[in-house]
Design a binder for this molecule. Structure first.
Ligand code: NDP
Length: 245
């Protein structure tokens, strides 16, 4: 990754920040997109200091097509190219399907799926012209197996998997690879909120017997982003302790 340029959406915190650290440690220069400018710039300047790479934080809402297009152009102008793009920004608005509000369905699909489409379109155009690049989409195992209470989220992540495979087929002849990472239960602020009872039940479904860490996801992303995976495209790599086989 030495000297390569990577953009990470939702890169200010959580799994996005762990991915940013992993790529920075491997020598990549970074551009972190997030909705809140302060969060993006604060994380970016911290990582630049810690890892000695160039790192910039930018306010970009992935659902805003113009903002996404302009931010890709600005990245190319300032950094010279984009080698790696990680579609990580995502949200949940959980609830049982029969009670799910239409606005919660729309918002989750808009950020998780349409946002991934808009970013893939904007950066894919540039990468195809450059005849190189690696796009990594963060899906979820619930996009494969479903999950009660997450109709909107699981549908959005299933959509991300379909989008990954189609864009991989469309971009392959231009030397651009597209893969997805599907995390299972990862220790984050989201899973820390679960009750002890729910956590114990969930652990029963995980053969390796523990929740994953943001670092586990970041390791898989770094592999798919870099040249070690040069012959891999259109794949969904599950990082779930063996939960879905
Ligand atoms: P976090 O909520 O910790 O981080 C997501 C980041 O995305 C936040 O910084 C958030 O900003 C940002 N974001 C939200 N909406 C937008 C938008 N419209 N444009 C740009 N950035 C946005 O989530 P996680 O780190 O837990 O999750 C990261 C990814 O991993 C998501 O795609 C999630 O679906 C996926 N995932 C997570 C799992 C887990 O166990 N945590 C399991 C499986 C998949 P802000 O905070 O300002 O809203």
């Amino acid at each position: 990754m030495q000297g390569k340029v990577a953009i990470i959406t939702g890169g200010a915190r959580g799994i996005g920040e762990a991915i940013a650290k992993k790529l920075a440690a491997a020598g990549a220069n970074l551009i972190l997109w997030d909705v809140l400018e302060d969060a993006a710039t604060e994380t970016a300047s911290r990582l630049a200091g810690e890892y000695g790479v160039k790192c910039k934080g930018v306010a970009v809402d992935v659902t805003d097509a113009d903002a996404v297009e302009n931010a890709v152009k600005a990245a190319v102008d300032e950094f010279g190219c984009v080698d790696v793009f990680v579609n990580n920004a995502g949200i949940t608005r959980d609830g049982l399907l029969l009670r799910m509000k239409e606005e919660d369905w729309d918002l989750v699909l808009k950020i998780n799926l349409k946002g991934t489409f808009l970013c893939t379109k904007a950066v894919g155009r540039f990468m195809c012209k450059a005849r190189k690049g690696s796009i990594v989409n963060i899906a979820s195992v619930v996009g494969i197996m479903g999950n009660a209470g997450q109709a909107n989220y699981s549908a959005s992540k299933a959509g991300v998997i379909g989008l990954t495979k189609t864009s991989a087929k469309e971009f392959a002849s231009r030397g651009v690879r597209v893969n997805a990472v599907a995390p299972g239960y990862i220790r984050t602020a989201m899973t820390d909120k679960l009750s002890e009872e729910v956590r114990t039940t969930m652990l029963g479904f995980i053969p390796l017997g523990e929740f994953g860490s943001p670092d586990d996801v970041a390791d898989a992303v770094a592999f798919l982003a870099g040249d070690a995976s040069r012959y891999i495209t259109g794949q969904v790599l599950k990082v779930d302790g063996g939960m879905v086989m």
